[in-house]
Each structure stands twice: as structure tokens, then as C-alpha cells.
Design a protein. Structure first.
Length: 462
């Protein structure tokens, strides 16, 4: 059955266009100013999108669904997390595969793909790399052949076994450069954090101390160190969840040396501050890096508007308040918050405000840019005829208040509880099938597909 979207304001990378859009099966087939219904099959589903923006499906480039095991598992598995994402207009997410001891990278990734089979939207993976070994070059080849073209490195979390020793960057960076594999960096200087933590080894540190022991300088230092290595080995970088003005200044420095950098931030670093960590429920707002100050919010918002930040993702990693409150010390509280559902509401309300240029920018930072960055474009992240019909109908006049009671994360709360919004997804379409309509999820479990990524635009020059 076909699908005709009439009278909508289509959002393209460089313009808005009031046109009709016709979907046949899973693909966008036609875009015209007017598409006569009489020329379409009689069973075509007609949707009147007058007054609505028609975006390409949003892409959350940074999620952690189904993380951990047993009692330490996140509240949202792949089913719950992807459902919440769909309510926010997300049709594709990118999660992570660990480098599992005793498995090669392909086996690790295949295990994670199997865990994601309940997803209701499409997905792909980044691959964590935590240690070098002699067969890694061949394993990276196999990984890329299966459609995973990004590796993630941590510059901290030594105690959790995911820290990648910078002494091995000289071995890994050239491999990734030659194979055109994107290097994604979680940037926090482990030496500085350890030095600060050593001053508090005999104390229980409440949630607000998280911002003290993991300061902005730790982020900046790690970015500068990674940038120096990237310059030495002529390899591009993707910086995840940029949180601070100091980190932003470090990005500017390494860009000025000629390093190619794609930068991601999140809604919580754009709109929340470390004051949230000081309340009785501060544990609910603990993630890594920590929340920062108002001046950091302002610097990141400005950088997003000027194009210095390319992607907004969520780093959705949800735990229930009860789970988080089990621990008194900020070093033991599970780090992460939900957010997949709220991202489009927050970006529109705070950064777009109905401006034409802002609407175009929103389409780019939530859709086209992540699709290009991770080799999914144009099949994802576009409204180009012949590509997947992942489509979001978004109302700029939908007003309300985000509430713990009306979000769909299994965590049972939103870090944006009480925040007013103007602008909300009213329909989500995945490959031509409506999966969210009139505030109801009408999709199907396991309808999401694993996506094979090609090379990042930072290599291909898109």
C-alpha cells in the first residue's frame, strides 16, 4: 500500500518546500508540488500534513540500550529504548558493541546485533576497542566488511576495563586511517581524574562532587592529546558528547592544526546544569562527563548554531531512580540518563523557535549530519526519492510540559521533567510504515533492521 503525505513543509538541507510526497512500499518515490490522488492506487493512505514539518527520520547516533547484565542492566532494553525513541521521531539509532574477551570483533558485534533483535526501528553499531593485539588489523577488516565502520576509544574508565592506552594510539590510528574507519573518542583525561580522586580516597562523595572530580579541564586535555595524535597520523576524529566550553576551545585548537573533527553534543549538556546534581535527587542527573555550568550551556548552544558542533545525540543510558539511589558515592552511581524521546522537542523549543534557518539546521543536526558521519547517507537522513521512507511529521505548534508521567522510557522518569516545550513529533514513519500516530505506538517488535554502514563522509568528502 502506498502513502501520500499532502501539503507538508518538507525540510531539505538547504531549503523548506511545501510539496506532496509519495511513498511506495518502503521507498520515497515522488516529490511534487501537487500529486493528484486520482493518479495513485486506490488503497493509498492519504495523510494531510498541512501545518506540519516533514523531516527525514531522526538519527540518534549515541545510545546504550540493554547495557549490563542482571540487576545492573539498564532500564531500557532495545525494545523499550527504541519505542521511546520512535515517539521522538527517531527512526535509526547507533548503539555500541564491546570488545569481549575471548571473542574477536566480529563475534562481539554479532552478539550485540542478536541482542538488538527486539528493536522497533533500524540500527547499527559502533565497535569499542579496549586493547591492541596482533590480529586486530584483520579483525578491523572483517568488521568493516560486515558494515561497522566506527570504533570507539575511551580515554578514561581504567577500572572498568574499557580504557584504551594512548601508548597504543601509534598502532591503532594508522590502521584506522588506512582502512577508512572512523575513530570516536570519549574524551576525559584519566590521569587528571585519578589525581583529583586521590585527594578524596577516604571520603564518600555525593553526586555534586562528580563535577569536581571530572572537571572540564579533563575533557579539554583528552581532546588536545587525541588531536595531537590525529595530526601526527593524519586521521580524522569524532568527539562524542562534548560537554564544556573548555572542551569546545580544545576542539578549535586541534581544528586549527588541520585535524578533521566531527563534534557531537547532547541535550543535557546544552540545557541542564550541575545544579541538578545538588538536589536530593541528584543521582538521577549523574552521567559522564558530568553536567556543567550555565556558561558551558551557552557556549555549546552558540557553537551548534554556528556549525562548530555537527550532531546532537542523546547518550541514552537509562536507570531507574531506585537503582541510582542505591549508591551514595558518585563514583559508584550508575552513570547515564534517558533522553531519546525528548531530543527533538528540546532542540526545536530551545534552538529553532520557528525560524526557517533553525528548522533547516534541526534537520541537519538530527538527521543528515549523523547519516553522513556514519556512512548511512542518503538511504538514511534524506528525503531523496529512491531512499528509505523514514519520515517524521513534526508540529511546531504542539505545546506541553515534559513529565515523568508522559514519557515512554522504562526508567520511569525524564531528566527534563517540568520543562515546557513548543514543538513535537506527531507521526513517525519507518520505511513507509507508520509506527507512531496520535500518541500511540502502532509498530511491531523486531521490525528494526541492522544497517550496514559505508565510509564516513569525513573520508569520502561528501
Amino acid at each position: 500500500m502506498g502513502l501520500l503525505i499532502q501539503n507538508g513543509m518538507l525540510v531539505f538541507p538547504d531549503k523548506l518546500e511545501n510539496s506532496d510526497l509519495y511513498v511506495d512500499g518502503e521507498k520515497i518515490r515522488l516529490i511534487e508540488s501537487i500529486i493528484p490522488i486520482s493518479e495513485l492506487p486506490t488503497d493509498t493512505d492519504v495523510i494531510n500534513a498541512a501545518g506540519l514539518f516533514v523531516f527525514p527520520g531522526f538519527i540518534d547516533a549515541h545510545t546504550h540500550y540493554g547495557l549490563g547484565e542482571g540487576e545492573e542492566r539498564t532500564a531500557d532494553g532495545f525494545y523499550e529504548g527504541s519505542c521511546a525513541a520512535a515517539f521522538g521521531g527517531i527512526t535509526t539509532f547507533i548503539d555500541f558493541s564491546d570488545q569481549i574477551p575471548g571473542m574477536n570483533l566480529k563475534e562481539s558485534a554479532m552478539k550485540r546485533i542478536g541482542e538488538a533483535e527486539d528493536s522497533v526501528i533500524d540500527y547499527t553499531l559502533h565497535q569499542g576497542i579496549y586493547r591492541m593485539h596482533d590480529n586486530l588489523s584483520a579483525e578491523l577488516d572483517n568488521l568493516k566488511q560486515m558494515g561497522i565502520s566506527t570504533v570507539k576509544l575511551f580515554t578514561t574508565y581504567r577500572d572498568f576495563g574499557v580504557y584504551f592506552n594512548p601508548e597504543d594510539w601509534s598502532r591503532l590510528f594508522p590502521l584506522c586511517r588506512d582502512k577508512h574507519i572512523m575513530i570516536s573518542i570519549h574524551a576525559e583525561d584519566d590521569e587528571l581524574i585519578s589525581e583529583i580522586e586521590s585527594s578524596y580516597s577516604d571520603r564518600v562523595l555525593p553526586p555534586w562532587m562528580h563535577a569536581v572530580i571530572r572537571p572540564p579541564e579533563a575533557e579539554a586535555n583528552a581532546i588536545l592529546k587525541a588531536g595531537e595524535a590525529a595530526e601526527d597520523y593524519d586521521v580524522p576524529l569524532y568527539i562524542v558528547h562534548l560537554s564544556s566550553k573548555a572542551g569546545l576551545d580544545a576542539v578549535r585548537i586541534i581544528r586549527n592544526t588541520g585535524v578533521r573533527v566531527i563534534v557531537e553534543t547532547t541535550p543535557h549538556y546544552l540545557f541542564l546544569t550541575e545544579e541538578k546534581l545538588k538536589g536530593d535527587d541528584g543521582a538521577k542527573y549523574l552521567m559522564t562527563p558530568p553536567l556543567r555550568k550555565v556558561e558551558d550551556n551557552a557556549a555549546l548552544q552558540k557553537a551548534l548554531k554556528t556549525g562548530e558542533i555537527d550532531v546532537v545525540a542523546t547518550d541514552h543510558c537509562s536507570y531507574t531512580p531506585a537503582h541510582k539511589s542505591r549508591f551514595a558515592d558518585c563514583r559508584e552511581i550508575p552513570a547515564g540518563i534517558p533522553g531519546s524521546e525528548e531530543i527533538s522537542m528540546l532542540v526545536y523549543t530551545n534552538l529553532v523557535r520557528g525560524e526557517k534557518s533553525g528548522i533547516i539546521d534541526m534537520g541537519n543536526i538530527l538527521s543528515r549530519n549523523p547519516a553522513e558521519a556514519f556512512g548511512l547517507f542518503p538511504e538514511k537522513g534524506s528525503l531523496i526519492p529512491g531512499t528509505d521512507a523514514d519520515i517524521v511529521l513534526f508540529s511546531g505548534n504542539e505545546n506541553g510540559v515534559i513529565s515523568d508521567k508522559n514519557i515512554h522510557s522504562n526508567s520511569g522518569y525524564s531528566p527534563y521533567n517540568g520543562v515546557s516545550y513548543t514543538g513535537k513529533t506527531v507521526m513517525t514513519i519507518l520505511r513507509g510504515e507508520v509506527i507512531v500516530r496520535d500518541g500511540q505506538f502502532i509498530g511491531k517488535k523486531s521490525q528494526g533492521r541492522f544497517l550496514k554502514c559505508s565510509e564516513s563522509s569525513i573520508y569520502t568528502g561528501l
